[in-house]
Design a protein around this ligand. Sequence first.
Ligand code: MN
Length: 729
Amino acid sequence: MPEGGSGLITARVQGYAPGCNVALIDEAFALAAQAHGAQTRDNGDPYITHPVAVAEILAGYHLDVASICTALLHDTVEDTQVTMREIEARFGPAIAGLVDGVTKLNKLELQSDRTKQAENFRKLVLAMSRDIRVLLVKLADRLHNMRTLGFVQKRERRQRIAHETMDIYAPLAARIGMDALKTELQNRAFAELEPEAHGTIQARLNYLRGQGADVIEEVRRELRQVCQDGGVGVLEVSGREKSAFSIWQKMQMRNVAFEQLSDIMAFRVVVPTREQCYMALGAVHNAFPVIAGRFKDYISTPKTNGYQSLHTGVTLRHPRNQKIEVQIRTREMHDIADNGVAAHWNYKEPDSEPPSEAKNFGWVKDLLEILDNSAAPDEFLENTKLELYQDQVFCFTPKGQLIQLPRGATPIDFAYAVHSQVGDTTVGAKINGRLMPLRTELANGDQVEIMTARGGTPSPSWERWVVTGKARARIRRYVAAQQRAHTIEQGRTALARAFRQEGLDGSEKVLETALKSLKCATLADMYVAVGSGNLGPRDVVHAAYPELLEAARAPRMMPALLARSPTAKPPSRDSGLAITGLVSGMAVHYAGCCHALPGDPIVGIVTTGKGVTIHTKGCSTLETFAATPERFIDVDWDYAASAEAPNGKKTHTGRISVIAVNEPATLGNLTNAVARQDGGVTNLKIVNRQQDFIEILVDVEVRDLRHLSMVIAGLRAVSGLTQVERDHA
Ligand code: MN
């Protein structure tokens, strides 16, 4: 047991909660210390240091005694002899419920594949819908595990934990407004997952810091002066550098090189009142040139997580000319911004009513609804991730009801947000009174009127236009049902034709006799197998009339798409990632115009005798096939097969267009940067050479779309490369 026992933690809690039940914390500590006994952490420290560290993180948010006790006990039920019953007897049902919630998540965390991870997330959502404190404890637990990640020996395990942190815990922390915690989680995961990129950006930050001496301090003083001159009572001005990860994210999202990304500093001005926020804004805008498009008023329209602030971007005066971000808020807004939901769980008198948990968090309810509509846990994770990452827009119904949606949302998202039934039967939309296409991106303040028709149904193309998980899950479910009905019809027709050609009885009664030998459970399954090309109609004929098998050995032509052409090459295994939706035996080519990568939406074009050519769905070449729709086939990347081999081969070619400063070192820097992201340059063409700039097309061997994005982001970090983009033919 470490020196001092529970003294430090109780002293800390008493600091903000003088009358609290210290004895309960002592008891939780004693039980945890005794239960974990001689167990140690990866770094050799006694295990009890971990629950204590988690409790300390929560004490930093001034959380209540129940949360602190839960933190101390969070690993006991899983790792030691302590039982839930014992915890309930000693600490009561509330703490027992919290410990149970966290324990259930821990168990699942040990699983590694994506389905299990999704399942884990599902449990987390359920647990936090009952009590959001489960999430607070879990986030603190994860933060401490990330702080000590370096001690974990196996790289594979470190990577898994970092991925999970990036994909799930950081977005959740953001969603409940715990900004500082989110930033630390992201940065630590980033350093583990992308050590090269993290190192590059950190080095550049250090360099800039070295040059600028104490820029932050000087700007801080200048901002304070400007506000005071404007008659604002400034409580606090703080400045910080943005995190390496947030810079990296910006470089990936916008097409900017590090040089252009000059606003790497952010400042916060805290003032006494809401009115003074706007006064301070006026003073800042008066003193510095404003950067267009950067002003956001989250005070009059707070973010969904409760965040309030004024945001603006300004350019510093000569000689710096640097861009900075300024956030202006009151003390209360500041507390919520830093602590988010945790601010609502601050210590209260022991007898006071607990806040009404999930009720305040509409998004938890939304997550549960997505969960009910998603077929597989994996799909659920995908839908939910979309939701968690987005920024918000605010729109209104004709009656003035506010509907919050992620940025990029369309009237279809809006319709589904109003009600699933409205979404399903949407046929049109009026935005601000004007009839607009359903794919229109909604803007803040839009009034949206959805037009529905009885019997209206979702269209498969909608899926490309929606950004909310709820809409996506509903559309997918509908389309999958439709597709199955359609495939059954195709299979039925193909079978009827095959039996007719042979002059045989193909009634359902006959077909049923073939089910067993074809390993189909039902007739519908057999129709689907035939309709999707996984089973040849002739195979069914032979299964129903086995005596015909001999006679059928002679070659014969089949309908083009369903034929198993003996001359076609087997699907090439070195295509990196297999493609689904093909008849077995079809040869696969990748079109040179669009360079489809795993991750791109794709479509196949059939050429008789040649096989299938894969294009991206957005490829302009596809227009030339518009008159022959029968040549289009529905294909997709076989992600399930690729999951078995997560580090797929780099056998896809991505094309990048680069505009660079015309200097001797440029090409070398470029190829080095590609190599650092584990890409291989296969072709490099200078398409335009000017005095100052050159324009280059670079072909890079990559695993998939994500890998290409990494390479592009890596290039954007290189000095001298002013514009880097994926080249679309
Ligand atoms: Mn733990």
